[in-house]
Design a protein around this ligand. Structure first.
Ligand code: FDA
Length: 325
């Protein structure tokens, strides 16, 4: 249930002038241009972090807009390669045209993933709302079928279907399955998703367990201690941890620029001290860095999609000690 506080924050923020929204969002969004993302990567590299880059955008309405994302991600890829950053790409399949023209959308994604593969770089398909869950998974399956195994999907712990998806993908992708597991940002209907806080945590933790048992690479994307701590003890029970070669008999091959079977991931600007603590413990920790001209539309949409973010943001400003960048 979304509280009145969160709803009030969202209602207030969407009425605020653009400069104010930019001021609030600057800790969560690198800036409008690729140079801004490069600047942040340079700064955080010195902490030992690695990265995934997201070009911000809205749902597209024609294939010209898909071309923009394709071209921009090609530039990101070149920039990562040139600077030698420990970084990969996070893309939204719908931004490449998957819902408008599935064949061309798939061609765009395939070309990008193939180019990334030449640089031994990984591409993560962000998971959007339930309309495209199956399509997104199918893209990954199709590309693996073509020999492009440097691509993986995100799965959402709040969806009832996710454990079954993990089982099916274990069969389809074998040892090359590589997931980001998160709670899921979209407030999905009760018929298909858990809606209570504890149920979502339990659902997410069950997915972490199932993925680890399946030998998959597991990127745990959460800032929530009940998820992070659960993941840490699950890793221990598999004999996994920092600087230990993945001991699972069914584990996939070691991945270039990846952790020993797992990593943690967090969003730029959220719970920096917790991220640095994980890093200090030796865990591979990746920062998700969004940038793009559409930062305003993105910020407002995120708030509307999930108003609880409003309360996180407000808390970060009113009680900065709860969420230092
Ligand atoms: P929770 O929301 O309970 O947050 C725990 C604490 O972290 C909060 O109490 C607050 O202090 C802090 N916090 C969390 N979010 C904050 C914010 N925005 N601002 C300020 N403080 C915040 N979802 C999805 O559907 N598809 C996807 O592809 C992805 N990809 C993705 C990548 C990465 C790297 C991360 C970390 C997350 C995603 N998500 C996502 C979002 C994810 O599903 C989820 O909505 C958020 O991570 C929030 O859930 P937490 O597990 O962090 O817990």
């Amino acid at each position: 249930m979304v509280g009145w506080f969160s709803k009030t924050i969202v209602a207030m923020t969407v009425r605020m002038p653009k400069w104010f929204v930019r001021w609030v969002s600057r800790r969560y969004v690198a800036g409008p241009s690729l140079d801004d993302a490069v600047r942040i990567m340079k700064r955080l590299s010195s902490e030992g972090a690695c990265f995934t880059i997201d070009v911000l955008g809205e749902e597209i309405s024609n294939m010209d807009e898909a071309q923009y994302f394709f071209d921009e991600y090609m530039r990101v890829l070149d920039a990562i390669h040139q600077h030698g950053f420990d970084a990969n790409l996070s893309i939204k399949p719908t931004a490449f045209g998957l819902l408008i023209d599935p064949t061309r959308g798939m061609d765009n994604i395939r070309t990008l993933v193939a180019k990334a593969n030449e640089h031994d770089m990984f591409v993560r398909l962000d998971m959007e709302d339930h309309r495209v869950t199956t399509d997104t998974i199918d893209v990954v399956k199709a590309l693996h079928g073509e020999g492009l195994t440097n691509v993986g999907t995100v799965l959402q712990g709040r969806l009832h279907r996710t454990l079954a998806d993990i089982d099916a993908l274990e069969t389809d992708l074998g040892p090359h399955a590589d997931y980001r597991i998160c709670k899921g940002i979209y407030l999905e209907p009760e018929a298909i998703a858990y809606t209570g806080r504890q149920d979502i945590i339990d659902g997410t933790n069950a997915c972490v367990d199932r993925m680890l048992a399946a030998g998959a690479y597991v990127a745990v994307a959460s800032h929530d201690l009940p998820v992070i701590n659960h993941a840490k003890s699950a890793l221990t029970s598999h004999g996994m941890g920092p600087n230990i070669e993945d001991p699972r008999p069914n584990a996939g091959p070691p991945r270039h620029q990846k952790g020993p079977g797992y990593e943690f991931q967090m969003l730029l600007g959220v719970r920096g001290p917790l991220r640095r603590k994980l890093l200090a413990e030796g865990h591979r920790t990746r920062v998700y860095i969004p940038y793009g001209e559409k930062w305003y539309e993105y910020s407002i949409r995120r708030l509307k999609e999930n108003p609880t973010i409003g309360s996180h943001v407000a808390k970060a400003f009113l009680m900065p000690w709860t969420n230092r960048p």
